[in-house]
Design a protein around this ligand. Structure first.
Ligand code: UDP
Length: 330
């Protein structure tokens, strides 16, 4: 297939592009490099630097035979805290941009879409694990914009025969080959803990030690980015015109913040300094996915569910990145 990947210079987008290229697909990436990195664009992909909203209709074309078989839409603003402070950046950057993409898909006759949705669409869960039938009550603008996009995609699918899938990611982690998590502003637990191991950060703050969990720290469902990429491929291959399918993607097991820190210490063999800190606003105690629907419908199986394996892959990537930038400075 010939595929358009928005946000292909970002973490998840670059891993998925790598996997799609390996499977023999043709990949064109649009990315404005606002949070992504040109070095992350995989070899073999065509790269268009620009704002998705501005360039997408030119890239997809306006009429006649569609140029692309499908779109994978990763480009987004994705910092929860920032979305509370600057919601305008999220409503425009996520919702308005995606509406432009949907219009460009309609005009060009491009039907297949896989969208990066999120567990943040559910908000504070009523029970665990979370299923797709659970209430969606986002607790921050980031989750609200992703949910609004899910609704827009549903109505486009019905009215304009899109073959769409929203994948609601839980906590994505790990790395694949030379693609991994490397943001300028890092907020995610595993890369932050590994920065402590690398000596780039003095210590890791544990946000809340009084949660109603066995060790008092918050529990999350960490999914290996390679398993996530596999789900994108399966979603594309099985998409159905006129339908918008929604799937949760997690490993199905929860790990506490302290368990993640222990795994990082084990894998790196290095001490990790920690400090207890207050809870972070808007954080739920436990977020674990039921991925039963994706398993049943897509035939998807998460294969890299071992926490030490996820951390080891993230660690190998960060070390390689360090070696590359060290070599570049010499
Ligand atoms: N966390 C933490 N210290 C940090 C960063 C994160 O204790 O410096 C906790 C956070 O409160 C949450 C878990 O680690 O319970 C995972 O957070 P992350 O930001 O990686 O993902 P989120 O679950 O917020 O999407």
């Amino acid at each position: 297939m010939k595929l358009l990947v928005t946000g292909g210079a970002g973490y998840v987008g670059s891993v998925c592009s790598t996997v799609l290229l390996e499977r023999g697909h043709e990949v064109v990436i649009i990315d404005d490099l606002s949070t992504g990195n040109a070095d992350a664009v995989p070899l073999g992909a065509e790269f268009v630097e620009g704002d998705v909203a501005e360039v997408v209709s030119d890239v997809l074309g306006t009429s006649g035979t569609p140029r692309f078989d499908g779109v994978l839409h990763f480009a987004a603003q994705s910092l929860v805290g920032e979305s509370v402070q600057f919601p305008e950046k999220y409503w425009r950057g996520n919702v308005v941009t995606t509406l432009e993409l949907l219009e460009a898909m309609r005009h060009s006759g491009t039907r297949k879409l896989v969208f990066s949705s999120t567990a943040a669409t559910y908000g504070e869960p009523e029970h665990s694990p979370i299923t797709e039938a659970d209430p969606t009550r986002p607790t921050n603008p980031y989750g609200a914009t992703k949910l609004a996009i899910d609704h827009a995609i549903t109505s486009y699918s019905v009215a304009h025969s899109l073959a769409a899938t929203s994948l609601r990611y839980f906590n994505v982690a790990g790395a694949y080959k030379s693609a991994g998590e490397n943001r300028v502003v890092e907020t995610h637990l595993i890369p932050l803990v590994l920065q402590v191991a690398l000596g780039q950060r003095e210590k890791i703050s544990i946000f809340g030690t009084d949660w109603p969990t066995p060790d008092g720290t918050a529990i999350r469902d960490y999914i290996h980015v390679l398993d996530l990429a596999e789900a994108h491929v399966l979603a594309l291959e099985s998409s159905i015109e006129g339908r918008h399918r929604i799937y949760n993607l997690g490993s199905g097991a929860g790990f506490s913040v302290r368990e993640v820190i222990s795994a990082c210490a084990r894998v790196t063999g290095l001490p990790i300094a920690v400090e207890d800190a207050p809870r972070r606003a808007g954080d739920p105690a436990v977020l674990v996915a039921s991925s039963d629907r994706a398993i049943a419908d897509l035939g998807w199986r998460p294969e890299h569910t071992d926490l030490d394996e996820i951390v080891a892959d993230a660690w190998a990537y960060l070390q390689e990145l360090g070696d590359r930038s060290h070599a570049a400075r010499r």
